[in-house]
Ligand binder design. Sequence first.
Ligand SMILES: *Cc1c(COP(=O)(O)O)cnc(C)c1O
Length: 464
Amino acid sequence: MKYISTRGKAPALNFEDVLLTGLASDGGLYVPDQLPSFSQEQIRSWRSLSYAELAAEIVYPFVEDTFSREELDTILADTYAVFRHDAIAPMVQIAPNQWVLELFHGPTLAFKDFALQLLGRLLDEVLKRRDERIMIMGATSGDTGSAAIEGCKRCSNIDIFILHPYQRVSDVQRKQMTTVVGENIHNLAVRGNFDDCQALVKATFGDRSGLPADRGLVAVNSINWARIMAQIVYYFYAALSVGGPDRAVSFSVPTGNFGDIFAGYLAKQMGLPVEQLVIATNKNDVLHKMMTTGVYDKMSLEASLSPSMDITVSSNFERLLFDVYDRDGAAIADLFEQFKTEPIHFSETAMARTRALFASHRVSDDETCAEVARLWHDCQYLADPHSAIGVAAARLYGKPETPMITLATAHAAKFPSAIAQAGLDFAPPLPEHLADLFEREERFDVIDNDLATVQAYMSAHVAS
Ligand SMILES: *Cc1c(COP(=O)(O)O)cnc(C)c1O
């Protein structure tokens, strides 16, 4: 399979090269030139597969030029063995035809483990073969950093540098990054905010002159294609468990960068009967505004109770635009050139197509708390604030005849203050493997918000 850029100019790549690339050289994002497509019969035949077996069926067509089926099977079995629930992604029923797909049983208690545990192993395998070392660099305001560190901690050919804003991430989230032990793990607490961290990463990808020349630099944010690919699997898994493909299902997805819900859209394009995909946003509602007005505009960031959805620009939305603009890379390049200085006004056709595929709903902090409380009192279900946003949207858009599945993206124990704010009078305990998190030793360095300083730090700390 070949991968092409949404802006039409960068060279097409195979899977191995896409894995080792972040943004395309023309500023676009890589997508498959053609999606695999599965018949209803084929999908039906997967009903009795384990999660890892199902993942192999779905992922193999994307990676077959780089991995044999046997290699992939081994990697996937290893990847999902670290999850702490035998179902990997269990479904919990909360009301008639309303379900929650729990994606938080991985090492860091958020859905990002599904993709980053796999990404780390795929990278490790490819780097060993090539006898190369790389540096991974990423900025995080919360879940991505710890999931990336956990995914790469055993990869001897990777040095991972994660930048977080000093004193501006929650205690649980910081500890999940800084207590992981490994010579190849480097936590940088930047004197600045999350945008400063992101700007440092972006600038380093633009000009890496201060870094060792013999090391590749790889991004692990959600623009990495392999992350999206891994997330397609659980849409099939969930649908199969409630009667798919013989019955269409709907999904409600707590959304920030549009990576997770885009994977749901791909599942539908690949043959899974999906009726509705609901984009659930918090008050940082750039996508909901776009859905209602047809205008995509920059907004200022507001801190919310669901910090992993606090974004101002939703990067993966570009991948959808590429499809709704008939895969016209030049048109997408023009839109984003325009976006540098003014809002994007989408064409009528593009909006009609997008609205035929997606619904959207915005949930305020107050509504999030009310939903956490309601789920606890009415269903004895403890939801984290992100998942609660998904359920609130699902209740509005669900239809009685179609199973509505909300993706539960994080474990409630990661967000104790939001649970308290919702009026629940207990702190959700961390699962056993993290119960002693607060006693573990932390390792991180505080560093100035300065590009040369950051690159000098990285050069000094890569393994020789
Ligand atoms: C990252 C994250 C999201 C948003 O996912 P996107 O792919 O960026 O849309 C939602 N909830 C949680 C808990 C997350 O960590």
